[in-house]
Design a protein around this ligand. Structure first.
Ligand code: SAM
Ligand code: SF4
Length: 459
């Protein structure tokens, strides 16, 4: 398939409104506390009956210092001792959850996210992986997709070798921006030397895919400063880039109030930056996967997209569509069968549940037929930029044009604007529509009308 993008300034300006990132559908806002342990157990039972591989997500919430922009679920502390009771409880949760899932199901995908997983010492990380291996069927032949988020300020060559030895084979490095003024404004001082030393160590140790996280829209950024950051990273040619749009929501994320609003780039400057990013990365041979992600054409994400096998889950894009996702640790979200579920968000509540021997699931949502149908439509569009109606019709036993008559009316406006082609049997997103894929998916989101103001801007 054609994986190109076209930057149309006028269109992007017109469609710049808030919207979800669709790492799930329905989004996390639909999870409710009427769904708890009992409902989770029912879904696990059905999931075991269906069988199939598993995906495991572990949340390690700790960070040594706070980055002012951060919207992640984290606990900032210099006190490493905080990790000790957490690890204790996480290991108990692994044992509890491991007992519930059929042990013959292989773990095809595993991810440690945060916070900062490398806040843990080697001994702690080893214990976590050993406990996981004891209770789940991890692949020991390096064939799983086992990934970790790493802060280069918290990592060195030795840590990278240790992570590889523990079984990780994909790695993502937080960077955001190299400009010293931007770094100061967001309280994240990080040198090129430490960043590239980690990237090179990961290559040397045989990590199969290296990703760099950047953010555009941070205070004091200009097109020139961000281009300089990008050029320096491009010289080291990581396999993937995640280039996030800064989500500035100081009413929700307190530390963002430390950022001076007047220092934020204007909408026009952000668009200049975005245009420059798209051009530089495509000129350097990367392809646009979708929603902030770029990859080298031979990276497995780009290959999966061309082969129609890409999927999207809470960790972003993935090649493992068929896995049930088990969320472990505070705030983690899972997807088991036709339901999403989340663990307690506050550490004391999480600890209390575990010490009472209970699963820490506190809310979730059961998907009805309409949710499953819309999820299939949104996933297809966000991963592959095209949708064949007849496939959906046979899978869900509907007449697409009838079921989605109002949605198709809305899409006609987007068609006239050049975002997509609409035929009697398909939607094909144009090169100009790809950067606005969220807007196209939003047309199919039943819950959105009431919720719009709670999401960050699309661009
Ligand atoms: C858990 S962090 C990555 C690991 C590690 N904690 C670090 O920062 O290096 C996940 C990523 O989310 C992105 N992020 C955090 N807050 C954000 C925000 N407000 N807007 C956009 N992206 C954000 C950053 O790019 C960050 O690298
Ligand atoms: S960006 Fe990473 S290191 Fe910074 S506060 Fe957020 S999770 Fe922690």
């Amino acid at each position: 398939m054609d994986q190109s993008i076209k930057f149309d300034l006028d269109l992007i300006k017109r469609y710049d409104k808030s919207g979800p990132r669709y790492t799930s559908y329905p989004t996390a806002l639909e999870l409710h506390e009427g769904f708890g342990e009992a409902e989770y157990l029912q879904h696990i039972e059905k999931s075991n009956a269906a069988g199939g591989p598993l995906s495991l997500y572990f949340h390690i919430p700790f960070c040594d210092t706070v980055c002012f922009y951060c919207a992640c679920n984290k606990i900032v502390t210099k006190n490493r001792a905080h990790a000790v009771p957490y690890l204790e409880n996480l290991c108990k949760e692994i044992a509890m959850q491991g007992k519930l899932f059929d042990n013959s199901r292989p773990v095809n995908q595993l991810h440690w996210g945060g916070g900062t997983p490398t806040f843990l010492s080697y001994e702690q990380m080893k214990r976590l992986m050993d406990t996981t291996r004891q209770h789940f069927n991890l692949r020991d032949d390096d064939s799983g997709e086992y990934s970790i988020e790493v802060d280069p300020r918290e990592t060195n060559d030795l840590t990278i070798a240790q992570l590889r030895e523990l079984g990780f084979n994909r790695i993502s490095l937080g960077l955001q921006d190299f400009d010293p003024d931007v770094q100061k404004a967001v309280n994240r001082l990080q040198s090129k030397e430490q960043t590239f030393a980690v990237l090179e160590a990961a290559r040397k140790e045989g990590f199969r895919s290296t990703n760099i996280d950047l953010i555009y829209g941070l205070p004091l950024q200009t097109e020139q400063t961000f281009a300089a950051t990008l050029d320096q990273v491009l010289a080291y040619a990581p396999d993937r880039f995640s280039i996030f749009n800064y989500a500035h929501m100081p009413s929700r994320f307190k530390t963002q109030r430390q950022i001076n609003d007047n220092d934020l780039p204007t909408a026009a400057v952000k668009l200049e930056i975005l245009q420059m990013v798209g051009k530089k990365l495509t000129d350097a041979g990367y392809v646009y996967i979708g929603m902030d992600h770029f990859a080298k054409p031979d990276d497995e994400l780009a290959v999966a997209q061309r082969e129609g096998k890409l999927y999207r889950n809470f960790q972003g894009y993935s090649t493992h569509s068929d896995c049930d996702l088990v969320g472990l640790g505070v705030t983690s979200i899972g997807r088991v069968g036709d339901a999403y579920m989340q663990n307690y968000k506050e550490l004391d509540e999480y600890d209390a549940a575990i010490s009472q021997g209970k699963l820490p699931v506190f809310r979730g949502v059961d998907l009805d037929e309409d949710d499953k149908l819309r999820r299939a439509v949104i996933t297809r569009l966000i991963c592959h930029f095209e949708l064949n109606f007849s496939k959906i019709e046979s899978e869900f036993d509907i007449d697409f044009s009838e079921y989605f008559a109002p949605e198709l009316d809305n899409l006609r406006l987007m068609k006239d604007d050049g975002l997509l082609e609409l035929s009697a049997d398909s939607i094909k997103v144009s090169s100009a529509g790809r950067l606005l894929i969220r807007n196209i998916c939003m047309v199919f989101d039943k819950y959105l009308a009431q919720k719009q103001q709670q999401f960050s801007k699309v661009i």
